[in-house]
Design a protein around this ligand. Structure first.
Ligand code: NDP
Ligand code: 1BO
Ligand code: 1BO
Length: 318
């Protein structure tokens, strides 16, 4: 029988297909701006985070690198940290994969990262507008790009590879040609967008899911939802903690973003207690199912396509 200590450690991680462990809670860094380095350092050295999520597109990788360096100088071992980054859409062509990763490594001041994800499965022309103009969404060689991602693993530059923002259709397309299957899929998930269908598809293939935007993404978020507030009050927890715990109880890792020291600490105090089943189901039944991040601004051109609506971005699966 596992000892209480081993069990307590176990719930802080999920084990990936590769055998590597992903810490259950990570720090998000999208829109973390000039606070990034401080937030990353504090999250690790004071709040106990071991997982940081970033992306080339967030424009903060150098700041993340500074925060990681400070944490390591304070005595944290690199091997105890789990660093995720993502390749942006303008680099989604086979010959650009390795240079993009090398740039990320340079900015992060690391010689490998733990997880490298395809940020969105759409290729954009350099300098593409938001929304894209005609001809700015290009053909995406998914198979060729994945082959290069696999080589990054073989060469030890990346421990695991994965995807974000895939539809089930695109996931199945990818799985038909892989040598190394995606270890992780990062998707928007919170009680207002549960995305059960996609979770099931990942489960079927042993792909771990990370929930992004777990609080609903903006400052006007689900932490202010009366149902969440009520459950938080009865459990003597904060709404943020309830939303993060909800994600963990669904079997997903979770990457809340905050640049406020108090919230960074609050958001990882989610171990050693549970949302009772009844309350969990109440959270699951929050209506108004919709994505916050539809991809419309990034990929839809209503007249010229190739994606003429957000539904088309998601292969009409929503
Ligand atoms: P979140 O759901 O994490 O919400 C962040 C917002 O909630 C911020 O405004 C933050 O403000 C606020 N907040 C943080 N903690 C609390 C709390 N305890 N109570 C109330 N409000 C709180 O949104 P994100 O969209 O940032 O998602 C998290 C991370 O996921 C991203 O930062 C990014 O790393 C990743 N992501 C990945 C995507 C992908 O395509 N793969 C897409 C989107 C996100 P403040 O900072 O002031 O505390
Ligand atoms: C523009 C990037 C969306 C957040 O990951
Ligand atoms: C919610 C399902 C997660 C699979 O890893």
């Amino acid at each position: 029988m596992a000892s209480a200590k081993a069990m307590a450690q176990e719930e802080h991680h999920f084990v990936l297909k590769s055998g590597h462990a992903i810490p259950a809670v990570g720090l998000g860094t999208w829109r973390a701006g000039s606070d990034t380095a401080h937030s990353v350092e504090t999250s690790i050295t004071e709040a106990g985070y071991r997982h940081v999520d970033t992306a080339a597109q967030y424009g903060v990788e150098q700041e993340v690198g500074k925060g990681l360096k400070a944490a390591m100088e304070a005595g944290i071992n690199r091997k105890d940290l789990f660093v995720t980054s993502k390749i942006w859409c303008t680099n989604l062509t086979p010959e650009r994969v390795r240079p993009a990763l090398k740039n990320t490594l340079k900015d992060l001041q690391l010689d490998y990262i733990d997880l490298y994800l395809i940020h969105w499965p759409f290729r954009l022309k350099d300098g593409a507008h938001q929304p894209p103009e005609a001809g700015e969404v290009l053909e995406f060689d998914m198979e060729g790009v994945w082959r290069e991602m696999e080589r990054l693993v073989t060469d030890g530059l990346v421990k695991d590879i994965g995807i974000c923002n895939f539809s089930v259709t695109k996931l199945n397309q990818l799985l038909r040609s892989v040598n190394i299957p995606p270890a992780v899929c990062q998707m928007e998930m919170h009680p207002g967008w549960k995305n059960d269908k996609f979770c099931e598809a990942c489960k079927k293939h042993g792909i771990h899911v990370t929930a992004y935007s777990p609080l609903g993404s903006s400052e006007k978020n689900l932490a202010h939802d009366p149902v969440v507030e009520k459950i938080a009050n009865t459990l003597n927890k904060t709404p943020g903690q309830v939303l993060i715990k909800w994600a963990l109880q669904r079997g997903t890792s979770v990457i809340p973003k905050s640049t406020k020291d108090e919230r960074i600490k609050e958001n990882i105090q989610v171990f050693g207690w549970e949302i009772p089943e009844e309350d969990f189901q109440v959270l699951c039944s929050i209506k108004d199912e919709k994505r916050v991040l539809t991809g419309e601004e990034l990929f839809v051109n209503k007249t010229h396509g190739p994606y003429k609506s957000a539904s088309e971005v998601w292969d009409n699966e929503d």
